[in-house]
Design a protein around this ligand. Sequence first.
Ligand code: GBH
Length: 458
Amino acid sequence: MTDFPSFPRHFVFGAATAAYQIEGAVREGGRGDSIWDTFVRLPGRVDGGDSGDTACDHYHRHAEDIALLKELGVDSYRFSIAWPRVQPTGTGPANPAGLDFYARLVDRLLEAGVEPAVTLYHWDLPQALEDRGGWRNRDTALRFAEYASVVAEALADRVPRWITLNEPWCSAFLGYANGHHAPGAREGTPALAAAHHLLVGHGHAMGALRAAGVREAGITLNPDHVTPATPGPEDTAAALRAETQRNLVWTEPLLAGRYPESEEDTWGELITRQTFRRPGDLELISAPMDFLGINYYTPAVVRDAPHREPDPRLRTADDNRFAAVGMPGVRHTAMDWPVAPHTLHALLVSLRDRYGDALPPIHITENGSAEHDEPAPDGTVHDTDRISYLDGHLRAVAAALADGVDVRGYYVWSLLDNFEWAHGYSKRFGIVHVDYATQRRTPKDSYHWYRRLIAARR
Ligand code: GBH
């Protein structure tokens, strides 16, 4: 593909990663355990029994990875800070070795001409806080603000863009409702409490970032583009429940200062009997943000379905009477995710239509695909499917811009093949291939394509 979609001059192009997925070195520099260090050791939870113990060894190889970013020509690099490196038990003064690692990373990025974009929380909660209830416990929101303040005081002068939480839906619902992610719990109202406390933590962290002088701060969500399988009333109502659980539970408090109107139909007594909300929470959560981060991969088509668990006392918070249906006829990635770039365009337009002026400028903080990469003997990967995935989604972003949606940037997920959570190393999202046995990095064709696209804009 030589004809690239076109973008405004100041549009930010970037690449993204997350600490636990790339760093390794989990016992170095005084790092404490996170919930993922515990989870990966539970039998059967991660494909192949994989863990992030070594991952891409980025902790020791960050100079090489920064050189890859520089050569790529990205404006910005989004990475996350491991809370348990900074506060090994989730509270108290900073562990200097932990903070220094990130301070050096930031300095080297700036030397390479790449702007750092920091995610404070990409799912690696200190295990010591989980031992006290984790996100079910409101105190974790206050600990998160304390951590945000420690990091921001050290780095705010050099880091322009800050993201409080990455995909709180995953933390609350995969972590506490269906148990696919750490800490692996399967609960009802406590998972909804976790969702609320993540929002409260975001609100407090925004305050901590402001106090440290940060001017560009926001949250990253993974909103779904949801459509009903049929236009009938049952599937339409099911789609609203899906949208409530996936999107509205976050966007309504954050952008409109209210709880979703459809929450009672979605959760029934799991939400009507809640006791975790306090006066003032909505004001805190809805404090203005400078941007909204959106991670987007694939759409959701849903139909009406009965509860999976008939006994209401045993229902988890994601048992909301809808089920996903397949999308035949479209290409699927190695994650088995249908590829439908026009749904990203539609999602962006629908967010703007719903929230109007209350919708902050948008950064696409993640987009990318896992493909069945087959490296040649020299390590090169001719990943034409990934290139066409990225091209399609960038065109969808350009179309949203043409429709007047204020999108400011796009970060490809991911710079490197890495630890794909419950899928371990079996799924490769990188535009750079990693041979885990040797830690050799080899840029794939998609890396070279993205480099040319960025260069063409200039
Ligand atoms: C994002 O999550 C993450 O921010 C990033 O860390 C991740 O690597 C990337 O996308 C690609 O997945 O099959 O039930 O075990 C997107 C949401 C959450 C989607 C986990 C895939 C698999 C859960 N992802 N989910 S399961």
